[in-house]
Structure formats: C-alpha cells, structure tokens
Design a protein around this ligand. Structure first.
Ligand code: FMN
Length: 233
C-alpha cells in the first residue's frame, strides 16, 4: 500500500503530531509513504497563465513540483492532508498547492484513480476554526473525485503540542483510533458517493456541449466518458 501525506505547514506542531498518530496506525513495513511539507515542497504561487487548463498540466511553469506530488497521490490508496488553522482558514502555502490542482477538478480533467481513494483531512486550532478548515480542504479533494473523506478537527486550546491538555489528547487518541478502524475496513472496497456521481454527470453534460476548451473536451472523449465509460468500477 502507498500513502501520500501533505502537510500544510513546515513545522512539527499539534497538527503534525495528530497526522503522525494516524500514519503510525495505518502503515506497516510494506507501506510506501510519500510525505510533503509546505512550503518546502510546494510550487510557487499560481501566476494565472491558464496553461494547465488550456494546454495541459505539463505546461505549468511549476509543473515539476506539482506533478511530483500528483504522481504520489495517484499511486496512493490513502491521501492525508493537514493544516493548522490560520485566521479561520487553511495555511496560505497549502492553498497555493490547491490552486495548481484546479485542472484536475471534475469540471476539467479529473483523474480516474481518484474515484477509488480514501482521504483524511486534519486541522487544529487554538479555539475556533478547525472544523471549517477541514470542510474546505475536503471540498478541494471532493472536486478531484475522492469518494470517501474523513475529517479530524480539534480545538486544542494551545499554541504547541506540549501544552495541549491531557483531556484533549485523550479525545484525540479516541478519534484517531475510530477513524483508523473505519479506514482499515474500507481498504480495497468500492466506495459509493452519490454526490460525486451526480456532480460527475452534471460535468459530463457540460463537456458534451463544450466548445470553449478542447483540451478538456478531448480528454473526456478519450476516456469515453461522454458515452458509456465511467471513472469508477
Ligand atoms: C497565523 C496564525 C493564525 C491563527 N489563527 C487561528 C484561528 O483563526 N483560530 C484559532 O483558534 N487559532 C488560531 N491560531 C492558533 C493555531 O491554529 C493553533 O495553535 C494550532 O493548534 C497550531 O497548530 P500547529 O501546532 O500544528 O502549528 C493561529 C495561529 C497562527 C500562527
């Protein structure tokens, strides 16, 4: 099994610690882990050149860094993305990565591999906002077609992991155990998500009348998605 972990931060605080707890629960000696830290492994800001959307993702000026991460995600069964809560949102460096992945949204050229994956999203805040951050990260991953996404969010009442109260650490351990058990049950099984399938079908209708972006349209045609084929089993 392979797992990709994308940390929305470069430091090893509360968010990193919780992600590591879940990683330790899910991996064994055979697991290949691809781990990325933002901004060290992040591409630079999107410059709005539209090359990825209009010509192909390989034409992005930041393609090397972006595609390195995309390849890891495509070969992984599980994708974990975390971010501390900054001003009620995800970190800017993580959003920068997401901006580079718009070309593989359901509305453009979704990757069929995504339709069988499990996602995990984590965030911590001192007092407010972690729930909302996991929702927005989940939204990004849903638009890539991932059918099953777990959210773990905690308001930890602290600026660093060592100051997180024991009572909260206990609740975190409980949640990590619960999510890991569910994921162990999920692995290898088909995942049905009605919302993703409905959205795919709406986008399919849009692509059938697409006269504005031939790169997207040809992609859907090559996959035979405008006719009978679908990206899920
Ligand atoms: C720039 C910045 C913005 C923050 N914004 C919020 C916030 O909106 N709400 C909140 O409750 N905590 C906020 N915090 C606190 C962190 O979210 C919180 O301490 C979190 O657990 C840190 O995670 P980490 O240890 O993984 O860095 C902020 C911290 C920083 C540095």
């Amino acid at each position: 099994m392979e797992i990709t972990i994308i940390h929305g931060q470069g430091h090893k605080g509360s968010t990193y610690h919780i992600t590591t707890m879940i990683k330790e629960r899910l991996i064994d000696k055979k697991t290949k882990v691809h781990e990325y830290f933002m901004p060290k492994d992040a591409p630079g800001f999107c410059v709005g050149c539209f090359q990825c959307m209009e010509k192909g993702e390989e034409y992005c000026p930041q393609a090397d860094k972006v595609q390195n991460i995309v390849e890891s995600m495509l070969s992984s069964e599980i994708i974990i993305i975390d971010s501390p809560t900054y001003c009620l949102e995800m970190t800017g460096q993580l959003k920068t990565l997401f901006d580079h992945l718009g070309y593989m949204w359901l509305s453009h050229r979704p990757k069929e591999e995504m339709f069988s994956k499990t996602g995990i999203v984590l965030s911590t805040a001192a007092g407010i906002g972690a729930n909302r951050v996991t929702k927005t990260i989940k939204k990004q991953m849903s638009w890539w077609g991932i059918p099953k996404i777990y959210r773990i969010h905690f308001n930890v009442n602290a600026a660093s992991w060592k100051d997180v109260p024991e009572k909260i650490k206990g609740k975190i351990t409980q949640k990590v155990n619960e999510v890991s058990e569910n994921i162990e049950d999920d692995i290898g099984k088909d995942k049905f998500n009605i919302k993703i399938r409905l959205l795919f079908n709406i986008m399919r209708k849009m692509q059938q009348s697409n006269t504005w972006n031939m790169t997207d349209r040809s992609y859907w045609e090559e996959k035979n998605w405008l006719k009978t084929a679908r990206p899920w089993r």
